[in-house]
Design a protein around this ligand. Structure first.
Ligand SMILES: C[S@@+](CC[C@H](N)C(=O)[O-])C[C@H]1O[C@@H](n2cnc3c(N)ncnc32)[C@H](O)[C@@H]1O
Length: 328
């Protein structure tokens, strides 16, 4: 199989969400040169995955521009290397969001014109039972986006205090049966596979009266995945370093898939784009009203046609901020 066949085949595995919306907002910041052809035009796809967004960005960039791809998952990086071999404007780096500034420093890039973060997991991660993300297929209980880093889901669940498990399920899964489920997990230890975890959760969850759309283990798997991969901290650091890395007029576009993530993005963007509240009647000085960011558009949801074609897009929200002020 040739490199391009490999990329084409793998690109089928993950349907990029809000593709045109995200890429057009990313590339139309006033930080990018009008012709998109200055050597200084550098963009970042911080969540390469299978490269759906990266390929679309590359289609629209002219020969002198650069696209830096990042992903913490070694399998995504292998796919990125195939694309990098085909297109010299693109390079791929195995790194976390929290290492974005470090990667740009190492590449001697001072600032960039746009950064895309399409957060969460990719379809290949979910579909490959060996990765341990899915309650629908049996596999080792792992759930790490980078399986060489940190603690697997099994290692954590087999050693954590029951109360800590309940806390994680409540905080990251908004699971209202968190205590019951944590108790069932503690009783079923040691557990090694995804189906052992899914069964323990199902048994601990009261049966709903009517039709249940979601598997009872959905929230538990989400919560454990977020905890094991430290996704909340990663997102916070990614947003902070991403915004700091933007050139004047550069844009940060973020696609999130659940309310916890979207709340964090919304809150961060609001803080960057709204002046702090001052006590009433206190005259507002010009300097108090200066903010570093501007919200580019209201939050964007997938159109009905995309939601029908790709059910995963139903929960996606795109938010975009532009850097309008750089202070020392
Ligand atoms: C939803 S997928 C991206 C799909 C991609 N836009 C595409 O079109 O193929 C999210 C990707 O981000 C990666 N990822 C998630 N959190 C990350 C983090 N903190 N640092 C780096 N990569 C991360 C995952 O490994 C996954 O490959």
């Amino acid at each position: 199989m040739t490199g391009s066949e490999l990329v084409a085949e793998n690109s089928q595995e993950h349907l990029p969400v809000l593709l045109q919306e995200a890429v057009s907002h990313l590339l139309s910041g006033s930080g990018a040169s009008a012709e998109l052809s200055e050597p200084s035009d550098v963009f970042v796809d911080a969540t390469f995955g299978r490269g759906g967004h990266s390929r679309e960005i590359l289609k629209q960039l002219t020969p002198n521009s650069r696209l830096i791809g990042l992903d913490r998952d070694p399998e995504a990086v292998v796919q990125g290397a195939v694309l990098a071999a085909q297109d010299q404007r693109f390079s791929i780096h195995q790194a976390r969001f929290s290492e974005l500034s470090q990667v740009l420093d190492e590449l001697k890039i001072g600032s960039v014109q746009g950064i895309l973060m399409d957060i969460g997991v990719s379809s290949p991660q979910l579909d490959n039972a060996e990765r341990g993300f899915s309650f629908a297929a049996d596999g080792p209980l792992d759930m790490r986006m980078n399986p060489t880093e940190g603690q697997s889901a099994a290692d954590w669940l087999n050693s954590a205090e029951e109360a800590d498990i309940a806390q994680v399920l409540w905080m990251y899964g908004e699971e209202k049966n968190a205590r019951r489920i944590a108790k069932a997990i503690a009783a079923a230890r040691p557990m090694h596979t995804t189906l052992e975890l899914a069964d323990a959760v199902s048994q601990a969850t009261p049966k709903p009266r009517g039709f249940q759309r979601k598997h009872p283990a959905t929230r538990t798997f989400q919560a454990v995945r977020i905890f094991v991969n430290e996704e909340t901290t990663e997102l916070e650091r990614g947003l902070e370093q991403g915004f700091q890395s933007l050139a004047l007029g550069g844009r940060l576009a973020v696609i999130s898939f659940h309310s916890l993530e979207d709340r964090k993005v919304k809150h961060t963007f609001r803080q960057l784009s709204q002046p702090p509240k001052m006590p009433r009647r206190l005259p507002l000085r010009h300097v108090d009203a200066l903010v570093p960011g501007r919200l580019v558009c209201p939050p964007i949801k997938a159109a009905l046609a995309e939601q029908t074609a790709n059910p995963r897009s139903r929960s996606a929200t795109l938010r975009v901020i532009e850097r309008v002020l750089i202070s020392d």
